[in-house]
Ligand binder design. Structure first.
Ligand SMILES: Cc1cc2nc3c(=O)[nH]c(=O)nc-3n(C[C@H](O)[C@H](O)[C@H](O)COP(=O)(O)O)c2cc1C
Length: 260
């Protein structure tokens, strides 16, 4: 059996869970290829027995890059099993339900839809900053959750963490408001004079949204607020609303294999 895991990860959490899926499936001699959806052109699912899709949650729903991927995915002639997981700071969100609806329309059978609680990468705007201890505990729990999901998948048992209809509808409205605010919110991101133009943010922005002009880093209008630039800057020179951000994702973000 062979699976493909498609993911998007701004600051490493979703990729970290993707790595756990790969590692834990290997214990059953099942290969899982990991594919970052930001680098693929055609949305045809390659030959495999099942797929896994992982996404971060940006105000209860998956970010645009994931929604675009789901929309462009080909409909299946023969049904295939799928595992969906979302990573977020809260226990759950509406994102998994949203993704499950999209995949069902394309002919997938949802074997698992799970929310994996991970460190909050946007704590400086929503919620609270995770401590080192909390981060460690979250990672242990996330690993257990992937193991449990795989066990159930192997036994052909379905796991469906659903969102109540009313909550889903309300979250949809909140998300629409947030979506329209992204251009304004992203204007809160800028580089200070300390920026030494190493180019790491420029090379790794999933939207290709950063350039250097007149000796300054310029953030254009395609930002999706994934926050990668803030969390990867080697000298922590990128600010959000004038705030210096404690780069709490430092260890986790290493899993992204950045363009050095
Ligand atoms: C713009 C934005 C919005 C977010 N909204 C939520 C949210 O509504 N609920 C939540 O629990 N976490 C929220 N988070 C936290 C992320 O979902 C969480 O840290 C996620 O695991 C990040 O995954 P990544 O590192 O793979 O990008 C948000 C993060 C960002 C950047």
């Amino acid at each position: 059996m062979r699976g493909i895991l498609y993911y998007f990860s701004g600051t490493g959490n979703t990729k970290w869970v993707a790595d756990r899926f790969k590692e834990n499936f290997e214990l059953y001699n099942i290969d899982v290829d990991l594919i970052d959806i930001q680098y693929i052109e055609d949305r045809e699912v390659k030959k495999c027995d099942f797929i896994i899709i992982g996404s971060p949650v940006h105000v209860e729903f998956p970010p645009k890059v994931v929604r675009d991927f789901l929309n462009k995915l080909d409909s299946l002639k023969k049904s295939k099993r799928a595992i969906i997981y979302c990573t977020q700071a809260a226990e759950s969100s509406s994102a998994c339900c949203f993704m499950a609806k999209c995949l069902k329309k394309k002919g997938y059978i949802i074997s698992a839809q799970i929310s994996v609680k991970m460190p909050n990468n946007y704590y400086f705007s929503i919620g609270k900053k995770p401590t080192k201890n909390e981060i460690e505990n979250l990672l242990i729990k996330a690993d257990k959750k992937t193991k449990n999901t795989i066990e159930n998948f192997i036994k052909n048992k379905t796991i469906r963490e659903n969102t109540f209809f009313v909550k889903f509808q309300l979250d949809k409205i909140t998300y629409c408001v947030f979506k329209n605010m992204i251009p304004k919110l992203s204007k809160n991101i800028y580089a200070t004079k300390e920026c030494n133009k190493c180019g790491l943010c420029l090379r790794n922005c999933p939207q290709g949204n950063i350039t250097f002009e007149g000796g300054r880093a310029i953030f254009h209008s395609k930002c999706i607020l994934c926050l990668r630039c803030i969390h990867i800057c080697p000298i922590n020179a990128i600010r959000y609303k004038n705030k210096k951000i404690d780069q709490t994702q430092k260890n986790i973000i290493k899993v992204l294999n950045l363009n050095k």
